[in-house]
Design a protein around this ligand. Structure first.
Ligand code: 13P
Ligand code: SF4
Length: 377
């Protein structure tokens, strides 16, 4: 297994959506793993059934090891919907914690251990900006019914906007079903914010030649004629972690390991998905490795923590990172530091709630409609 490269991402796109959340008190900064683990376990024992910890597949080992459930965005939203604990501690990024707050009951509280865990891609489609673009896009096709679909990787206000306009949310595991749902009700889809997932989904539906891209940052990137002529309009957002994978990485891994099969996340570029053997959500990637025969080699094109977990969980399978040392960790996911987890749990055990994620009431009801539509498709 290669050593993990800790990326030095530019964070100017990473908007800290909840900047009122608190920073880690200095006394928690230097805890070593043994002490931290003991303290986390003690706090969890005290809190008992009052707390459930949900962890995304991209979380660090030290978070995943304490999670009651680890999974992809779709599974985590279902777990949140079914959770009975008073407190849901979310090991993931802001948009995931928001979705958990939307989908849990009003008497449940969602806590995001660190304020800095904001997905840059979610920040690429701000609701206000989308609202302005919506006016231009609908004007370009005045007779068409356009259904907006937002990827789970977006903020609650955009989810609310989509519900209001008759649309829904999807994750990477059900994007094709969300598109089918939309085309049963309308003529065109506006998909936000991930153009690569949108393009890969269009391909899956045999609609590659029906796509237009809308780049809100480039005056030449907004073409009303293309909108009028297309069925799928893709917002020009992307994930920096997944954009990094190239076809050359697929070729190189196969040259070095002729028996290797390649699986990538559908946030990768279309040509990378095309070159791979399979593409799927993080849960699909986990299932593929779980079901692999002993001795099989799988190269994984996604965030590096998941690749490292899979190598640890399935030593009988030869698990490789698709782009070796260049594979990236997600800067946002990495912010959920185990010291923060220790702090929020000990504070809860002492009766104090820290870093609560609370979506504004009006927005919450609408966003819930968009999420429930997703859970039904
Ligand atoms: P999954 O929905 O596949 O878990 O992916 C979430 C994500 O953020 C991928 O970058
Ligand atoms: Fe966002 Fe990409 Fe990180 Fe997923 S991996 S949370 S899309 S930045």
């Amino acid at each position: 297994m290669v050593k993990m490269e800790t990326s030095e991402l530019e964070t100017d796109l990473s908007l800290f959506k909840y900047d009122h959340l608190e920073q880690l008190p200095p006394r928690y900064r230097e805890l070593d793993e043994a002490e931290r683990t003991e303290r986390i376990e003690t706090a969890l024992e005290e809190l008992g059934d009052d707390v459930v910890i949900l962890g995304h597949n991209y979380q660090r080992r030290e978070i995943v090891e304490h999670a009651d459930f680890v999974g992809d965005s779709y599974q985590l939203s279902k777990e949140a919907a079914n959770a009975e604990a008073e407190y849901v501690i979310f090991g993931g990024v802001t948009f995931m914690a928001e979705s958990a707050d939307i989908i849990t009951d009003d008497d449940q509280t969602v806590i995001l251990p660190s304020m800095e865990a904001s997905c840059p891609m979610a920040g690429m489609a701000e609701a206000l900006q989308v609202d302005a673009a919506w006016a231009e896009i609908t004007a370009a096709a005045p007779d068409a019914e356009i259904i907006p679909i937002t990827y789970m990787n977006s903020y609650a206000d955009l989810k609310a906007f989509c519900a209001e306009q008759g649309g829904l949310v999807c994750t990477s595991s059900n994007a094709h079903r969300a598109f089918e749902w939309a085309f049963e009700r309308g003529d065109k889809v506006l998909f936000l914010p991930d153009k690569h997932l949108g393009e890969n989904t269009a391909h899956r539906l045999g609609m590659d030649d029906r796509i237009a891209t809308w780049d809100p940052w480039d005056p030449d990137g907004k073409d009303p004629e293309a909108v009028a002529e297309s069925d799928i309009i893709l917002w020009d957002g992307y994930c920096q972690v997944h954009e990094r994978f190239r076809v050359d990485h697929v070729k190189a891994v196969r040259e070095e390991n002729p028996d290797a099969k390649v699986i990538v996340h559908p946030e990768c570029r279309r040509e990378v998905v095309e070159a791979a053997d399979r593409a799927g959500s993080t849960a699909d990637i986990c299932r593929t490795v779980e079901e692999a025969a002993p001795g099989e080699t799988w190269a994984i094109g996604t965030e590096i923590h998941l690749t490292e977990h899979l190598a640890r969980w399935h030593p009988e399978v030869n698990v490789l990172p698709l782009c070796g040392d260049a594979c990236m960790d997600c800067n946002a996911m990495r912010q959920i530091d185990p010291n923060y987890l220790t702090w929020v749990l000990e504070e809860l055990a002492a009766g104090r709630e820290r870093n609560v994620i609370e979506v504004a009431p009006g927005e919450k009801e609408l966003a819930k409609v968009a999420l429930e539509r997703m859970l039904e498709v």
